[in-house]
Design a protein around this ligand. Structure first.
Ligand code: SAH
Length: 367
């Protein structure tokens, strides 16, 4: 991955950021700088465990070398805004080196053991793009359009930022922030490698969520990862899906489901189907039965997401009785199902509420 080939500190300033690189790549890099190999291990530890934001703070490095490397980019963002919600969820607006702003959400889970309010899990909802080109009708991010893909270091940085802010190790990662991860597969997979091997987060605790891009789920399967694949289905038939998701017109439901079946065959891992519940639109018992018919015998799990309101459209979230009826109908057809609890609603940090409009206000002109 590294394109670092220089031994000149001046040139070093213009190469790709260090964050996202493996121990072997970092070791190569320090050796190209004329340093012994063990400095690579030190650099790795300071980047991924100690959260160094600049090389000058790595106190185990010789003073003179540190001064020479002051311009080398590590690849960390800055926190532009921090919005905590009463449930402990925190939404971060992170500013990237080109001035763009992305959203990342830290979602703590608490348990009563061993003491009340023990933090048991810390999940980070990461963005994979600045904005999103998919334009799903119910999602705030798509309303603001697409700006660019995130680089590997910009994805890894989001996790380190949440870890530092909560002063707690991140346990789970969900690629459910802004963007469509499978339109940025190379950088997303490089980030998954780094988060797994360098930051130390188990692959099984990482979820990639996609609305489905033709051919990409099969390609992902060939990587034989242990990550969880979540597919945003949201509808039990093609007509309804096209109404909600413009890109579905070029990706028939049957083709998508067949690709998911292949994914299960190739990886041996079950697929999660996300299904947003929109009152009166896709939440009737008939829809549950139609969905169950598609998924019969399929190694899968349905995750129902009651709609989180956004300004631009007036879909409604079904009430809890209706949600329960949908759950019961799926269960009656032997479909494994869970309901996602919305977190961070008051900070506009819940699924689908991460928006580009909040961002464009904040982006300095000219970037
Ligand atoms: N592009 C990817 C990942 C980003 S969205 C994907 O589509 O899967 C992450 C999840 O939040 C998706 O399942 C998405 O459909 C869901 N979502 C989007 N808008 C929502 C809203 N207003 N309420 C609830 N869930 C929403």
């Amino acid at each position: 991955m590294s394109s670092i080939t220089t031994s000149s500190p001046n040139l070093a300033a213009s190469v790709s950021p260090l964050l996202g690189q493996s121990l072997a790549e970092l070791t190569d890099w320090v050796q190209q700088q004329g340093q012994p190999a063990y400095r690579g291990k030190q650099l790795h530890e300071w980047l991924y465990q100690k959260g160094a934001r600049s090389l000058s703070e790595i106190s185990v490095f010789p003073k003179q070398w540190r001064a020479e490397l002051a311009e080398v980019q590590i690849g960390r963002s800055t926190i532009h805004h921090r919005a905590p919600a009463p449930d402990g969820t925190v939404k971060f607006l992170l500013q990237l080196s080109d001035g763009q702003i992305i959203e990342t959400v830290g979602i703590p889970s608490y348990s009563s053991h061993p003491a009340p309010h023990t933090l048991s899990r810390l999940t980070v909802c990461v963005s994979s793009q600045v904005g999103c080109p998919m334009a799903c009708d119910f999602c705030a991010t798509g309303k603001g359009g697409f700006l660019r893909n995130l680089a590997t270091h910009e994805i890894v940085d989001q996790v380190l930022t949440v870890q530092e802010d909560f002063q707690q190790r991140v346990s789970n990662i969900v690629f459910m922030g802004m963007g469509e991860p499978l339109l940025n597969t190379d950088n997303v997979l490089a980030a998954v490698r780094c988060l797994n091997q360098d930051v130390g987060i188990g692959q099984r605790l990482i979820t990639l969520s996609t609305v489905g891009i033709p051919g990409h789920i099969r390609r992902l399967a060939e990587h034989q990862l242990q990550v969880t694949l979540a597919v945003s289905l949201h509808a039990s038939n093609q007509k309804l899906r096209e109404q909600l998701i413009p890109s579905a017109r070029r990706y028939p439901l049957e083709t998508l489901l067949n690709e998911c079946r292949e994914y299960v065959q190739i990886t041996g891992r079950r697929v999660t189907f996300e299904y947003i519940l929109l009152a009166g639109l896709n939440d009737c018992p008939e829809h549950a039965i139609e969905l169950a018919n598609h998924l019969r015998g399929f190694q899968s799990h349905v995750n129902l997401i009651p709609y989180n309101p956004i300004q631009e459209v007036d879909y409604k979230r079904p009430d809890s009785r209706r949600i329960q009826s949908f759950v019961d109908a799926l269960k009656a057809h032997h479909i494994a199902v869970s309901v996602r609890r919305s977190r961070g609603l008051q900070a506009d940090a819940a699924c689908g509420q991460l928006r580009a409009s909040a961002i464009s206000q904040d982006v300095p002109s000219g970037v």
